[in-house]
Design a protein around this ligand. Structure first.
Ligand SMILES: [Zn+2]
Ligand SMILES: [Zn+2]
Length: 365
């Protein structure tokens, strides 16, 4: 066992020695795990599988448990690999990939893989082994992928506070495609981008799904709410709790939604699209002039943007080239809900931070 010295000059060597010791212990753990699985203790204690017992009682995640069980079960086929680990030529992570392959692949040959394990990091080795498996048994590989994609799901649940809870699983190919589509959108953008990576990923998902798509949102609201009058009720939108007046003003700003306005007596006074709609010729002219989101530093393309009235039509602003600019979803939200101001100064669009700041609307540090 390695003893920790209070003063060590070569921390790199210390880490390697510790890691080797941990790997050896993991191997011991694997051997014991298989003996445990063959016993009846886990059943007597009311667990469905030995893996469940180990996961709960040894404080491990499922992956680590499966690796341990597989290495333990396949150790007879891995004599040369075990020797290589003893010599610290490979680590337990390599061994786990070896064991998994021995378990899954008919005609597994340790000698074909061990040189690869010696040469590559565990991650790279795992990747290379996938190719090896495909070369050996393309149909089996395809079958495995098909089984994985059968497990796909997406669950959307609305929480009590109106938030949408998203959970799901995608097979490797779909997963990679979705990631490939979201990652470029999740990069920090424009000035004043203080979002965390998780927030940027959430925004990317929303943007990818909604931008440019003709979502048919129907918002029901009153003139009082649109005018942000004190005491007005919130707006209504399908699948949502009542909207704040700022959200209503944003949705109504572009008007690419079906709009239902009610008078105070709940009579419908204005249904659907009207001349305030930023569409058709005006939309094309905006795309030609702005080319992208007009927020300073943002480069979201025109087709992903909302039309924004610098002076809201409800406050008497015109739906004209002069009074409209293109804004991406996030920046449109920052202007309305976030309280930022966009003004035209000497032909340029300037963003002004709100004096009261919260969430997205946080001002520059
Ligand atoms: Zn707007
Ligand atoms: Zn933008």
């Amino acid at each position: 066992m390695v003893q920790l010295q209070p003063q060590v000059a070569d921390y790199g060597s210390l880490l390697q020695a510790l890691s080797h010791a941990i790997d050896n212990m993991q191997l011991e753990f694997s051997r014991a795990a298989v003996l445990f699985a063959e016993s009846s203790q886990w059943e007597e204690e009311g667990f469905n599988t030995p893996a469940d017992w180990i996961r709960i009682n040894c404080h491990m995640n499922s992956n680590a448990v499966w690796n341990a069980l597989q290495v333990g079960e396949q150790q007879d086929k891995l004599a040369a690999s075990l020797a290589a680990m003893k010599e610290w030529e490979i680590g337990f992570a390599h061994l786990a990939t070896m064991a998994n392959t021995a378990d899954k692949v008919k005609g597994f040959e340790e000698s074909a893989l061990l040189p690869m394990a010696r040469e590559h990091s565990p991650g790279k080795f795992f990747h290379k082994v996938r190719h090896y498996r495909h070369a050996l048994d393309a149909q089996g590989y395809n079958r495995e992928q098909e089984e994985l994609q059968e497990q796909r799901y997406l669950r959307l649940n609305t929480a009590e506070d109106g938030c949408l809870l998203v959970s799901g699983l995608l097979d490797p190919v779909r997963g990679a495609e979705v990631r490939g589509a979201l990652e470029p959108l999740a990069q920090p953008m424009g000035e004043h981008d203080h979002r965390t990576r998780d927030q940027r990923m959430a925004d990317a998902l929303h943007e990818r799904v909604t931008a440019g798509a003709k979502t048919n949102l129907q918002v029901t609201t009153t003139m009082e709410t649109l005018k942000a009058a004190a005491g007005a009720a919130g707006g209504e939108m399908e699948f949502s709790l009542p909207l704040s007046q700022e959200s209503v003003r944003r949705v109504a700003c572009d008007c690419s939604v079906t709009r239902v306005l009610l008078s105070q007596e709940s009579l419908v006074i204005d249904v659907g699209r009207s001349k305030r709609l930023v569409d058709g010729a005006l939309r094309k002219a905006l795309a030609v002039r702005d080319k992208q989101c007009r927020w300073p530093g943002c480069e979201r393309p025109a087709s992903w943007c909302d039309g924004h009235h610098l002076v809201h039509w409800v406050d008497g602003g015109e739906t004209s080239l002069e009074n409209c600019v293109l804004l991406c979803k996030r920046h449109h939200r920052m202007v309305h809900e976030g309280g930022w101001k966009l003004i035209r100064a000497e032909g340029k669009i300037v963003s002004i931070a709100p004096t009261v700041t919260f969430g997205l609307a946080r001002g520059p540090d």
